[in-house]
Design a binder for this molecule. Structure first.
Ligand SMILES: *Cc1c(COP(=O)(O)O)cnc(C)c1O
Length: 361
């Protein structure tokens, strides 16, 4: 067996321990005589998986009691529509901080539903940064402020979140959820496609203040209605059982490895290795993100030419590293170093970067 250091942006690397556990119990799940792939979503076995997964997430986040957790389908992208369908009422304005192509897509879906305002955009400078709190002014009649916690394609991330007072703050945390502790009580709703940091494709984790979801329009399509999905404990219809089961294993793994405080330490150490390699030769490795907006999850940079970038990706394969090509919309190099990427993966990349610079400067 040869497993590479997988730097793909999503679906992405999962802990090897988790994959091995899944393999070991694939044919007979907890003595049920069935695979998890075959059991009913209404079985007591699956209900236990769901309960444990939610409890572990709540524990990791120190989630206040007035918040709920549910899983939905449709990816991060369906959430772009769910947010305005649930919360953007006539006469109110949905505010968007546009810091990358995913926030731009979220805005586009809201524009189909109601009135919006772009309260910040770094588009002009190539989405190289996120706003400081004092750069955001909210409009009158503001329904919510929507932010993208980590910009997966561009490689930027909030370290300080905007202050919104009584206006609900909503965040897309698809690529940074559970990567470090954060003040969850600042948010009315958080959503995260799980396939970046905490699972495989197929499920979206939603964490929300329960009273924020209640009493919304009865015209909301049922699969997009947060209140319904939350009240039915993610099983209004058949949820993505297998994806939730794997999220359950990943969050258990996070707990067993010191929780989010320890995860932040490890993730910072990993990011530092790669950014230090970048900063050692700034004329050769050109970081895309402004320093104060650098992501701990996705490190993005260019080399002097497209040919060198292609050669970099090819040469990295010989050192057992894959997935380093930047997103097709922006090119360049992107190293995604999510929770499950071990320190050795980042050390290998950093050593390789020094070596590649020596040979190609
Ligand atoms: C990947 C990603 C999305 C889109 O997720 P899908 O599950 O492919 O719809 C949205 N937002 C962010 C921040 C992402 O990284």
């Amino acid at each position: 067996m040869n497993r590479i250091y997988n730097f793909n942006a999503g679906p992405a690397i999962l802990p090897l321990d988790v994959l091995q556990e899944v393999q070991a119990e694939l044919l007979d799940f907890r003595g049920s005589g069935m695979s998890i792939l075959e059991i009913s979503h209404r079985s007591k076995e699956f209900q236990a998986v769901l309960d444990d997964t939610k409890a572990d997430i709540a524990e990791l986040l120190h989630l206040p009691a007035d918040y709920g957790i549910c899983f939905m389908a449709g990816g991060g992208t369906l959430q772009f529509s769910c947010v305005p369908w649930n919360f953007l009422l006539p006469g109110t304005v949905g505010a968007y901080a546009v810091t990358g192509s995913f926030s731009d897509k979220a805005l586009a879906e809201a524009e189909k539903v109601g009135e919006t305002a772009v309260v910040y955009s770094s588009k002009e400078s190539g989405y190289d940064r996120v706003p400081r709190p004092d750069e955001i002014r909210l409009p009158e009649r503001c329904a919510y402020l929507h932010i993208t916690g980590n910009n997966t394609i561009e490689g930027t991330e909030y370290s300080v979140y905007p202050e919104t007072g009584s206006v609900p703050l909503i965040a897309d945390m698809s690529s940074d959820i559970l990567s470090r502790p954060f003040p969850v009580e600042k948010f009315s709703l958080i959503y995260a496609g799980v396939q970046k940091n905490i699972g495989p494709a197929g499920a979206v984790l939603v964490i929300a203040k329960k009273d924020f979801l209640e009493g919304r329009s009865d015209k909301i399509p049922v699969m997009m209605n947060y209140e319904t999905i939350m009240k039915k404990d993610s099983t209004y219809n058949t949820p993505p059982v297998f994806a939730i089961y794997i999220v359950g294993k990943v969050v258990r793994w996070l707990k067993e490895h010191g929780g989010l405080v320890e995860r932040e330490k490890v993730n910072r150490a990993k990011a530092e290795l790669v950014y230090d390699a970048l900063d050692a030769h700034p004329e050769f490795y050109r970081g895309k993100a402004a320093r104060d907006s650098r992501s701990l999850m996705n490190v993005t940079f260019n080399l002097p030419t497209k040919e060198l970038e292609a050669a970099f990706v090819e040469a990295a394969k010989k050192y057992n590293m894959g997935g380093l090509k930047g997103h097709r919309s922006v090119g360049g190099i992107r190293a995604s170093i999510y929770n499950a990427m071990p320190v050795e993966g980042c050390q290998t990349l950093a050593d390789f970067m020094e070596d590649f610079w020596k040979k190609n400067r």
